[in-house]
Design a protein around this ligand. Structure first.
Ligand SMILES: [Zn+2]
Length: 187
């Protein structure tokens, strides 16, 4: 499986990891299904609380709004835009899953009828020269995890998953505005 990551999210990881220092932080990944075994991460949520130097506990209620807003702005097109998985940092360890990470991810994909078909675990750390190191695995129900190749690539032009930060409003004269031909001398 190939998962791509845009440079703006790498910058977001770098900023969040610098701020967190030696504490683990994490969150949720949402993505787009691009091709057969290819996905792109389009956004991440960041939970700064709940982590220690060797452990991160994600609190689902802190990410519900993030996922809901993502589904809303992508038109609830779940086959194309969906939850992609989890991420957390390993500030003091290599970006490879721990035994606890393996168990937790397997639980996510085995968790009853509403479980996702698969989930990616992305582990990040600030390496040498404050550069981000990645490690990722994909988990599916009833089978062994498989490695994920992370590729950095730019977002497509006019990325439909981005929130509308800027809307070019056009001025329109309101109905109550006096038009220029009003003869003010009559008033
Ligand atoms: Zn971990």
């Amino acid at each position: 499986m190939i998962v791509s990551l845009p440079p703006d999210l790498i910058a977001k990881f770098e900023k969040a990891l610098s701020r967190a220092g030696p504490r683990e932080i994490g969150g949720v990944l949402v993505g787009e299904h691009v091709a057969d075994a290819e996905f792109r991460i389009v956004d991440i949520s960041v939970q700064h609380s709940g982590g220690t130097v060797s452990c991160f506990v994600r609190k689902p209620e802190k990410h519900k709004g993030f996922i809901k807003r993502f589904f809303r702005r992508t038109g609830a097109d779940y086959t194309r835009f969906n939850y992609l998985g989890e991420w957390h940092s390993h500030p003091l360890y290599l970006p490879v899953p721990s035994a606890v990470d393996f168990a937790q991810m397997q639980q996510i994909v085995e968790d009853g009828p509403n479980a996702p078909l698969f989930a990616v675990l992305l582990i990040v750390r600030l390496g040498e020269h404050k550069r981000i190191d990645f490690g990722a695995m994909a988990f599916t129900k009833g089978s062994a995890p498989t490695p994920v190749q992370i590729r950095v690539s730019e977002r497509p032009d006019c990325d439909p998953t981005l929130p509308n930060r800027l809307i070019a409003w056009r001025w329109k004269r309101p109905g109550w505005w006096p038009s220029s031909d009003v003869n003010r001398s009559e008033a």
